[in-house]
Each structure stands twice: as C-alpha cells, then as structure tokens.
Design a protein around this ligand. Structure first.
Ligand SMILES: Nc1ncnc2c1ncn2[C@@H]1O[C@H](COP(=O)(O)OP(=O)(O)OP(=O)(O)O)[C@@H](O)[C@H]1O
Length: 377
C-alpha cells in the first residue's frame, strides 16, 4: 500500500498543505525545526490515530487554532481509500471513505506504517524491558493467541506478587494457594516462551537478510533468547512448563523475602549478536543503529506475510548516523519495495545518485517545495 496524497489543515506548524507523493522514495529535506518530523508524525497519526511523540492530542493542533485535520488517500490492492483524522478540544474523529467510525479501534489497520526514529536505538542499547515490550507488542499485533496468553500471564503475575507480599507477614505460611498460582503462571509462561521463540526465529531470518544486505555480508545478525530455562529452544511446551514450575518452587523462599516473582518470561531478554558478539556490549554506534534498523525493518516482511500488503515506511533522521556504504545499501534494499518517507537535514551526494528518482521536498517553516527532477544531481 502507499499514500498517494496528504492534506493537512492547522496541524502543528502546517496551516494548509496539499501534497502528492511518490509510491517509491520521498525525501523530506530541511533545516532543524522546519516541520520534517511533524510531517512524518501526521502520516503516523493517519495510520494509528495517535502520535508517536505525545499522548496529548491537543499538541497536534496549530497554536491559536481549534482543530487539526489530516486527510490522506491510501492506495491499496483493492483500490484507493480516503482516510481522515480530525482532532479538536473535545477529542478525535476517524473517517474511512468519508464515514465516521464508531470506534478508533475499527479504524486502525486501514493504513499500516512502520516508523523508525532515533529513539528506536533503545531497542539495542536499552534495558531488557524495552526489548520485551517490542516483542510483546509486535507479536501481539499479529497473533491473537499470544496477546491472550500475555494478558492472562500478567494478571496471574500481579496476583502472585501481591500474595508473596502477604506471605511476608504470615507466621504460618500456607503455600497451597501459591502453588495454584505458580501452576497457572507456569502454564501461560511456558506457552509465551514457546511462542516468542517461534516469532523470534521468523524475525531473525528477515533481520539477518537486511543486515547482510546493508553491510554487504560483512555482518551476520543472530538473536539469542536469554532465559533461565535450559535449552528452551529445543523443549516442548510441556517440558518448559515443568522447568518453570520447578524454578518457581526452588525460588519460593527468596521470592517471599523479596515479595516478587523471580522466574518466568517477564524477566527474559533478547540479545542481538553480530558475528556472534553481543552488539549491545561490543557494537559500534553504526553497528548498533544498523541492528536496530534491521530488526525494525524485518517487521515489514512479517506484516506483508500477515496482511498481504507492504506497509509504508517512515524513517526519521536515520541516514545521518550511517556511513556511506550502509546508507547506500539501506536505500537499495528498500527502494522498489515499500513507499518510504525519509527525513534528513542534508542529503549526501551518494544518497542522491543512488536512489531511483526520489521525490525530494524542501521543507521550510511548514511549507513544502518539490524539487524538479532535472535539478537532482
Ligand atoms: N502545535 C504547534 N503549532 C505550531 N507550531 C508547532 C506546533 N508544534 C510544534 N511546532 C513547531 O514545529 C517545529 C518543529 O518541527 P519538527 O519537529 O517537525 O522539526 P524538524 O524539521 O523535524 O527538525 P529537526 O531536524 O530538528 O528534528 C518547531 O518550530 C515548533 O515550534
């Protein structure tokens, strides 16, 4: 799918914008604070009904105005669909084919985007919780059973942690109820670990292909699921369940002392390895950025498998952190495959010559000027 055109009315620093895009690569070029990220954000809001930068929708409305409107025409296999998001002081409205949707959740899924912003580097450099959230959100989006298991697991975990805290104050500790909770936790936990391992294998396959393309096969990217469970990848769900039950039993004393559950997938992590070495510890800035990019871009292929259509890719200021070789191969990898919007303060010569006829827009204080094709170097 691709975004044919976009209209913005009183959105951030855009008063009145009407623009048509290329189905291939669109470059948004401009100095700092001109509205590059605002434009990507508008496309993201058109997809997700909310911003990736703020939870406060009112920030999206141009200062001194009362409502912001985003309209887009999305080209899909079955035809073109007009979409609209309106934001005002009372809330939001979402329209598909000019018809207002009763719920925002009904709207989501009409137009799929994948956004890569500088903050996504946390996927590699950040704490394990960032990677768990990524896996849970991405996998949850494409697998309803996983989302269900996760919901159940979280509820039981909360209950179990509360009970562990209660046990701290009891002289005669009755562990029967704790055993019941441990049993339930182990059952959902085992399934979650099993499903995560399958999902990560799929993601690893695509992420490694991208890493190899971007680095010209200099780097092989592999994933390692870090868990206290032994040989997790070779275990059946029943075996994982038995192990988890056992680990919870062994940890009971410590768990009561600390008032929290010490074993289970809520403490697991994913490690990204380049040529066998953990990129979080040993990777250069460029390698870490490429890894985060490959992992995130791998979602494009998973989404295609799931929905039958490629999503639209939004890359916020990604080029400047990569050397010429990585830039070149990244652009080669994505061109002719997905519609891409790419913001950058300056376009290096190499990117200009290598992209197949990109549409280049110069952004200046909320105004867009399209560069004529013949002016491209
Ligand atoms: N609600 C709003 N109304 C009007 N202007 C706004 C609003 N919100 C933000 N702005 C303005 O938008 C500009 C920032 O735009 P944006 O974040 O898109 O910058 P950018 O071009 O991506 O810059 P950088 O390269 O620094 O990331 C700032 O000048 C800011 O004052």
């Amino acid at each position: 799918m691709y975004l044919e055109s976009l209209t913005l009315r009183d959105y951030r620093n855009y008063e009145d914008l009407n623009v048509s895009f290329s189905p291939a690569i669109n470059i948004l070029l401009g100095e700092n604070a001109q509205g590059k990220t605002n434009l990507l954000e508008a496309i993201y809001v058109l997809s997700m009904t909310r911003s990736h930068r703020t939870n406060n929708d009112k920030e999206l409305i141009k200062w001194d105005k009362t409502a912001a409107i985003i309209q887009g025409r999305v080209n899909k296999q079955l035809g073109t669909v007009p979409l609209e998001i309106q934001v005002n002081s009372k809330g939001k409205k979402a329209k598909v084919n000019h018809l207002e949707q009763a719920k925002l959740s009904q709207y989501i899924g009409q137009f799929n985007v994948i956004l890569f912003a500088p903050e996504d580097l946390a996927l590699v450099k950040g704490a394990p919780a960032v990677r768990r959230r990524f896996v849970d959100m991405e996998f949850g989006q494409i697998n309803a059973r996983y989302l269900y298991n996760l919901g159940q697991y979280r509820t039981i975990l909360k209950q179990r942690n509360q009970y562990l805290k209660q046990l701290q104050h009891k002289k005669n500790q009755d562990l029967v109820f704790l055993d019941v909770l441990s049993d339930q936790l182990a059952a959902f936990g085992a399934e979650i670990v099993h499903q995560r391992l399958i999902f990560l294998k799929q993601l690893e396959f695509w992420a490694n292909q991208l890493q190899e393309e971007i680095t010209q096969s200099a780097e092989t990217l592999t994933f390692e699921y870090a868990t206290h469970l032994e040989d997790a990848a070779d275990q059946t769900i029943e075996q994982l369940y038995a192990q988890l039950q056992n680990d919870l039993k062994k940890a009971t004393k410590k768990e009561i002392f600390q008032g929290t559950t010490l074993a289970g997938p809520h403490r697991d992590d994913v490690r990204f390895l380049i040529n066998g070495k953990n990129v979080q510890t040993y990777g250069s800035q460029g390698q870490q950025r490429t890894t985060a990019l490959s992992v995130k871009l791998a979602e494009i292929e998973l989404m295609k498998e799931e929905t039958g259509e490629y999503p639209v890719l939004l890359l916020d200021d990604v080029l400047s952190e990569l050397d010429d070789m990585r830039q070149t191969h990244l652009l080669k990898t994505i061109q002719n495959k997905v519609q891409t919007f790419l913001t950058t303060p300056n376009l290096s010569g190499i990117a200009r010559t290598l992209i197949n006829e990109p549409k280049i827009f110069h952004i200046n204080q909320g105004n867009l000027l399209e560069e004529e094709e013949h002016t491209v170097d």
